[in-house]
Every structure is written in C-alpha cells, then in structure tokens.
Design a protein around this ligand. Structure first.
Ligand SMILES: *[C@@H]1O[C@H](CO)[C@@H](O)[C@H](O)[C@H]1NC(C)=O
Ligand SMILES: *[C@@H]1O[C@H](CO)[C@@H](O)[C@H](O)[C@H]1NC(C)=O
Ligand SMILES: *[C@@H]1O[C@H](CO)[C@@H](O)[C@H](O)[C@H]1NC(C)=O
Ligand SMILES: *[C@@H]1O[C@H](CO)[C@@H](O)[C@H](O)[C@H]1NC(C)=O
Ligand SMILES: *[C@@H]1O[C@H](CO)[C@@H](O)[C@H](O)[C@H]1NC(C)=O
Ligand SMILES: *[C@@H]1O[C@H](CO)[C@@H](O)[C@H](O)[C@H]1NC(C)=O
Ligand SMILES: *[C@@H]1O[C@H](CO)[C@@H](O)[C@H](O)[C@H]1NC(C)=O
Length: 325
C-alpha cells in the first residue's frame, strides 16, 4: 500500500513540474508536429523592416517539430535544451550578448500575430564563446527563430529563417591594411549596425549547410540535387548530450520563387529562383545524456514547487519509509 502511494507520488511530481511549461502540447497538433502558418493567416516569410521595394521577407526554411523531445523544445542551455542543441551543431548566441541589426518579425498563425525573433544565432567557427563575434564580422551561416506557441496553434515547433551572409568587411574594403579593416569592422559591429547581404543562393545554402552540420555529413549537401522527398539523419553532440536529428525536405510550405524574397536580385542569379521552396523539417531526440545526480537534474524545476510543498512532500515520503520498515 505504502509502496503504491510512493510510486504514484513519484510519478505525479514530474507531471506537476512539466504542466507549468509553456510548451505542453494540445492534442490537436497535426501528426507532422507543427501547424502550417498559412492555414491560420500567418506566413512562412518573415517581415523585414525597410526593404526596397517595401514588404519583402526572408523564408523560414527549417522547422524543429513539436514531435521532438520536450527538453529540446525548452529555450535554455541547461538540461540539453534548445541552446545546447544549437551549440551541438556549431551555432552560438550573439557576440557578447550584443544584438546587431534590425529585428525581423514573423506570424506563425498561432494567434500571436507578428512577433520579433526570439534571438539571432550564428555559426561559431568552432568557438562556442566568441565565435559568433567572428561571424558578425566575417559573415557566415546564421538564423533567426520563432516558437509556435500561441493558443491558436500550440505545437511548440521552432521556425528558423536560415541564410548565409557576406562579410561586413566588404564595406570596409577602402581601408588600406588589414588592421584598419578590422578596426572598421569592429566599429560597425560596436554600433550594432548590420549591413550584411546574403551570398548567391544563400537561403538554400544556409539551410543545407546547417542540415549538414546537424546530421554530421562528411560531404556538403548538394542543394541542386534536393527533391521533395530528400531525407538526412545523423547525430550531433555538446556537453555530453547527443542529439539524433531526422530531416525531411518538405514541399508546399514555401514556393519555388523569387517573389517577395528579400535580396532576391543578388541571391537568385542567372534566372534561378532565390529559394527552392523546400523546408528542412527536423525532428530531434536526445539519445544520450551526461550522467548527473537526480538532484541536479531536478533543480531547474524546483522553483515551480513552493518550498512548503517540498517540505511537506519530503516529510510525507520520509514517513512512508518509516512506516514500511
Ligand atoms: C521589434 O523590434 C523593433 C526594433 O527592431 C522594435 O522597434 C519593436 O518595438 C519590436 N517589437 C516588439 C513587439 O517587441
Ligand atoms: C557546416 O557549417 C559550416 C559553416 O556554415 C560550413 O562551412 C560547412 O561546410 C558545414 N558542413 C557541412 C557538412 O555542410
Ligand atoms: C514531388 O515532385 C514530383 C516531381 O518532381 C511531383 O510529381 C510530385 O507531385 C511532388 N510531390 C509533392 C508532394 O509536391
Ligand atoms: C561525426 O562523424 C565523425 C566521423 O566522420 C565521427 O567521428 C563523430 O563521432 C560524429 N559525431 C557524432 C556526434 O556522431
Ligand atoms: C563528458 O563525459 C566524459 C566521460 O564520459 C567526462 O570525462 C567529461 O568531463 C564529460 N564532459 C562534460 C562537459 O560533462
Ligand atoms: C551567371 O552567368 C554569367 C554569364 O554566363 C557567368 O559568368 C556567372 O558565373 C554566372 N553566375 C552564377 C552564380 O552562376
Ligand atoms: C525549382 O524550380 C526550378 C525551375 O524554375 C526547377 O529547375 C527546380 O528543380 C525546382 N526545385 C525544386 C526543389 O522543386
């Protein structure tokens, strides 16, 4: 009897803790693990301020589905969360906590309307702490992301707008030596000005190099060979959390087009479209974790339980143990 009660408490406590997280899934989430934003008045293109002509956007060309492990869908670095997952494939938060450039907004059709990105995440050139500073200057792969968690479409899926940027040092090319170039670039960075353009085919390439990193490919993914049924799978690891990612290139969310796409004149050249219309739909599972004591794993959820209820719980469990002795 005592054992059954103890068991039911142990089962009940994690349920209490997770019930408070914003990402609990409603039962109406489609089997693919996200809602198509277009079904509820949203868009798969971001809204970019001050484009010419006005109203251009950037494609959200990768999605981490709500079918992923719930730990991966928590926007945190601890416990193998989303930020640790990003680090596992070589991407870090912005340089020294600075935020360069204009925000972009997206409407995921979840009832929130347009919201600015949660954050900008950059390729870290192998240096998790400072590498994203280098990306801000030298260019490289980066993405903005938004979480589909409004009450109209509560999937917990993470929508990412991935693109490969040119260096800002192009603007500083009049500087006559590399020291001056670096100073020029640092000044631009310090004033949080972002003049990045996107490289030729930079939306498709950014997506595919990210997928190559996530799935640990030994060769570059050839963007020209992708079809509406291409898949990749592979693993990435950081701080002893290992993630298995299954990627399905999915048609129908974006169009194979240049229409409405920011930087389309420089991204799609010689008659090719700026984007191929495929979205890399990724489902992520944690396949191994660092060995940690039960107490340190539980700690982030502890503030959700009041101190008095913890004391009561401990006393109750202790009394059950003394009863059964
Ligand atoms: C979004 O970011 C812009 C600046 O880039 C800011 O002016 C605006 O207030 C932000 N919107 C929200 C809802 O935070
Ligand atoms: C991983 O990302 C980096 C930076 O974008 C890129 O240079 C590299 O080719 C990618 N690796 C694969 C296998 O795609
Ligand atoms: C995938 O592409 C093939 C031809 O390339 C086409 O026949 C098929 O309808 C496409 N499927 C979807 C779901 O778009
Ligand atoms: C990535 O692939 C290399 C071999 O190409 C392998 O040594 C490494 O363990 C792989 N990493 C993960 C996280 O699977
Ligand atoms: C990862 O695990 C190894 C042992 O398997 C350990 O030596 C190392 O310290 C761990 N690293 C982290 C960051 O926890
Ligand atoms: C576009 O076409 C021109 C002329 O054929 C060629 O020189 C150039 O390399 C092409 N650019 C790309 C990105 O294919
Ligand atoms: C996109 O359209 C071009 C023709 O405009 C075609 O060659 C290409 O195969 C299409 N790509 C995909 C992924 O459907």
């Amino acid at each position: 009897m005592a054992k059954i009660t103890l068991l039911s408490i142990l089962l009940f406590v994690p349920a209490l803790a997770t019930a408070k997280f914003p990402f609990f899934r409603r039962s109406n989430v489609p089997p693919e693990g996200y809602f198509n934003p277009l079904d509820k008045g949203g868009s798969m293109l971001t809204s970019v301020p001050n484009t010419f002509p006005a109203g251009l956007g950037e494609p959200m060309n990768a999605i981490i589905t709500g079918n992923s492990d719930s730990d991966v869908l928590k926007d945190q670095e601890v416990d193998g969360g989303l930020r640790n997952y990003f680090l596992s494939f070589g991407f870090s938060s912005e340089c020294l906590g600075q935020h360069a450039g204009d925000d972009q907004a997206a409407d995921l059709g979840d009832g929130h309307g347009y919201l600015n990105e949660s954050a900008v995440i950059r390729w870290n050139y192998g240096d998790p702490e400072l590498g994203s500073c280098k990306e801000s200057i030298e260019g490289g792969n980066h993405f903005r992301y938004w979480v589909q968690n409004g009450k109209e479409a509560q999937s917990g899926a993470v929508f990412m707008a991935v693109s490969y940027e040119k260096p800002i040092s192009g603007l500083c090319s009049k500087a006559d030596n590399s020291g001056m170039k670096l100073t020029c670039s640092l000044l631009l960075l310090l004033f949080l000005i972002e003049f990045h353009d996107i490289v030729i085919n930079g939306y498709n390439l950014g997506r595919d190099w990210l997928v190559g990193n996530v799935t640990n490919q030994t060769m570059l993914i050839d963007s020209a060979q992708l079809t509406n049924t291409t898949t990749f799978s592979g693993q990435s690891t950081f701080k002893n959390y290992t993630y298995q990612t299954d990627v399905v290139y999915t048609p129908g969310l974006l169009s194979n087009t240049s229409d409405g796409i920011n930087h389309h004149l420089s991204v799609g050249v010689n008659g090719s479209n700026a984007i191929d219309g495929l979205v890399a739909v990724m489902t992520v599972k944690i396949v191994s974790r660092p060995p940690v004591s039960a107490s340190s794993r539980a700690s982030p959820t502890l503030p959700l339980l009041s101190l008095s209820s913890i004391v009561a719980l401990v006393m109750f469990v202790t009394s059950l143990f003394s009863l059964s002795l």
